[in-house]
Write a protein that binds this ligand. Sequence first.
Ligand SMILES: [Zn+2]
Length: 198
Amino acid sequence: MPSPIGHALAGLAAAWAVDLVPGERAWRRGPGSGSWFGRAGNGLTLACVALGAAPDLDLLFAGHRTVTHSLGAVVLVGAFAAALAAYAQRPVIRVASMCAAAYATHLFTDWLAIDVSQPRGIQALWPFSREWFISGLDLFGRTERRHLWTSATMATNLATLLQELVILGPPVVALWLVRVKALARLPSEMARRDHAAE
Ligand SMILES: [Zn+2]
């Protein structure tokens, strides 16, 4: 299973990918001279980064890779995000799809990864099925969570992290570059929004 850093990168990629969909997105853009945080999409991007890693919080409880690693959970996350967006008067579908997509990347990357624990994979179809799913493609490495500071564990986790950076780094960088260009074309939309706010 990928590391929390790999999952967080996938969540970030999901947030920026959804931002490329045309529509009401001027509020997702900081000015070119603004902070990195603003240009990256503020707190919602950060929330997507956290959502990418969040399903593994089930390690704190029983039932790792079950309910939290399912399409049912993706729907619940989307619904909750939609409710928050409606409350905050933000574009509901955009925010919900951004959060659901970020969460779903976790399922997808776990499904693509090596899993040495039994049963292998994730219960992707909860609540309809308790069946476990894994692709067998072993695209991402495994993360060792026991005996963290032994050399064998550190070597395993470092190799997994490097593999994640090689696979997820280029799309994240590409999305950032496209984001900078695409969102720079929105000054007219920004002006309309500012005008409406006055
Ligand atoms: Zn997981």
